[in-house]
Design a binder for this molecule. Structure first.
Ligand code: PLP
Length: 396
């Protein structure tokens, strides 16, 4: 078989969407799907949101792209809004999550370089972390399936156990720049950091002059019911990577930092041809208008609580299959007692329900942040129907 024109790195399934509306996707054969995957936590406003599509269309007809060598009124405006709404003093716009993580890693290294400590170049990261697919990002995880065959990887990472504070602190030495951690691991299986763990990392950073770098690419931008997940913990990072929801489907990421943490990022140290171009800024502005509107995040929290309660109510009826629910807001994980990938396929192929599998046999439930009660009821009904006829296979 000759190689496919699309490089065959994804095991693409039979769903072939050509149109979306709200929380529904439509395949080229006309089939309707309830989209509780949201392009893996991307389509925060659902599909074809009128304000987002209008903002993109208007901006495309006005000015799509200019070089970052020119002044950027659009970028300055969005960066200011993000600074006003977060811990950060400054923002670098990227085109993806992995690039936002790259910028975060570079900012952290450069901070210690600027302080006269270039030897402090190692970030402590955590098992089953996922930070993207660039060489830097795969070097920042210990997951073999991302790394194998791509060596030599980037030096400057050490791997600790997620939620094991003592283990992470024991790794601090003179080579350490800080910690890079997802407050809620997405790909790893909706693994939620404990409050003691994140607070302990923050405290250690303060005591040792290290940087706390949070990867909120998946858990950020309203997904948990807070603008950013670290707000659930009452701590702030020094540097944070953001993507996915920020563009609502338009490819965009951002690296946010405090003034102190970004002190090494001076002229010429970083760049991106497309990063933060006028079209991206218009899309992000429209998303931000919605996400920061009064009551939006409270509604995410309320819908999340409702979805969680419905899932928990469903579990005892199918306890051959379902184990527990984890996560926050509309970033929920349903832990199964058998292979989650196979169950996700079953829901997709037989019930038109789109979900995403993750580590630890968890099914990720990541609906658009604009879902209402009827969509939640529809999802839980489909899940329940799917579970009723499902025969788990233990050895696949
Ligand atoms: N970081 C986290 C926590 C993610 O979940 C992802 C993507 O799933 C990334 C980084 C990489 O983002 P992207 O695929 O946009 O490069």
């Amino acid at each position: 078989m000759p190689i496919t024109p699309l490089m065959p790195v994804y095991p693409r399934c039979g769903v072939r969407p050509v149109r979306g509306q709200g929380v529904y996707l439509y395949g080229e054969d006309g089939a309707q799907y309830l989209d509780f995957a949201s392009g893996i936590a991307v389509n925060a406003l659902g599909h074809a949101h009128p304000a987002l599509t209008k903002a993109i269309a208007d901006q495309a007809a006005t000015l799509m792209h200019v070089s970052n060598l020119y002044g950027s009124p659009q970028g300055e405006h969005l960066a200011q809004r993000l600074v006003d709404a977060t811990f950060a003093d400054t923002v670098f716009f990227t085109n993806s999550g992995a690039e936002a993580v790259e910028c975060a890693i570079k900012t952290a290294r450069r901070y210690h370089f600027a302080n006269g400590h270039p030897e402090r170049n190692t970030l402590i990261t955590f098992d089953t972390a996922f930070h993207g697919r660039t060489l830097g990002a795969i070097s920042a995880t210990n997951q073999a399936k991302m790394r194998d065959g791509f060596e030599p990887l980037l030096p400057g990472f050490k791997y600790a156990t997620f939620n094991d504070l003592d283990g992470a602190l024991a790794m601090i030495d003179d080579s350490v720049a800080g910690f890079l951690v997802e407050p809620i691991q997405g790909e790893g299986g909706i693994r939620v950091a404990t409050p003691e763990f994140l607070a302990g990392l923050r405290k250690a950073c303060d005591e040792h002059g290290l940087l706390l770098v949070l990867d909120e690419v998946q858990c950020g931008y309203g997904r948990t019911g807070k603008f950013f997940a670290h707000e659930l913990y009452g701590i702030t990072p020094d540097i944070m990577s953001v993507a996915k929801g920020i563009g609502g489907g338009f490819p965009l990421g951002a690296c946010l930092a405090t003034e102190e943490a970004a002190k090494g990022m001076v002229f010429g140290t970083h760049g991106s041809t497309y990063g933060g171009n006028p079209l991206a800024m218009a899309a992000a502005g429209a998303v931000l208008d919605v996400v920061l509107a009064d009551g939006f995040l409270a509604n995410v929290e309320a819908m999340g609580a409702r979805l969680r309660a419905s899932l928990e109510q469903m579990i005892p009826n199918h306890d051959h299959l379902f184990d527990s629910v984890r996560g926050h807001g509309l970033m929920l994980g349903l832990k199964l007692k058998s292979d989650s990938r196979r169950f996700v396929e079953h829901c997709r192929d037989n019930y038109g329900l789109l979900l995403v599998s993750a580590g630890e046999n968890v099914v990720r439930i990541l609906p658009p942040l604009v879902v209402d009660e009827t969509h939640i009821a529809e999802c839980v009904e489909k899940l329940s129907d799917a579970a009723r006829v499902y025969v788990p296979v233990s050895d696949d």
